[in-house]
Design a protein around this ligand. Structure first.
Ligand code: FES
Length: 104
């Protein structure tokens, strides 16, 4: 199915292509990378260091830090706040810093 016909994309501007761990994800420019991942069926993209529990979007507004992801080599970016852009490279993995200390 072409990106233009994909049901995972909201209407609007032409889609852009991102890679997520080598998989191509389509998004509208300006859509958050977290929204693009969830629309593509990816609901978790990191695990906690202590117990290896999956994490993805939770609050969706930049408060909880559950959605940390590596964007173009920059770790610990909040996927719910980063706008998608064509050619962006997303990588899953463990969060760094003190993200796990903010777990609920
Ligand atoms: S989902 Fe809570 S900070 Fe991104």
């Amino acid at each position: 199915m072409s990106p233009e016909m994909s049901p995972e994309l909201p209407p609007g501007n032409p889609p852009c292509r991102l890679s997520f761990d080598g998989r191509t994800i389509h998004a509208r420019p300006g859509q958050s990378v977290g929204a693009a991942l969830v629309a593509a069926g990816v609901v978790a993209w990191r695990t906690t260091r202590g117990e290896g529990r999956p994490r993805g979007l939770f609050c969706g507004i930049g408060v909880c830090y559950d959605c940390l992801i590596t964007v173009d080599g920059h770790p610990d970016q909040r996927a719910c706040l980063v706008p998608a852009a064509d050619g962006m490279r997303l990588e899953s993995g463990h969060a760094g810093g003190d993200a796990d200390a903010r777990e609920r």
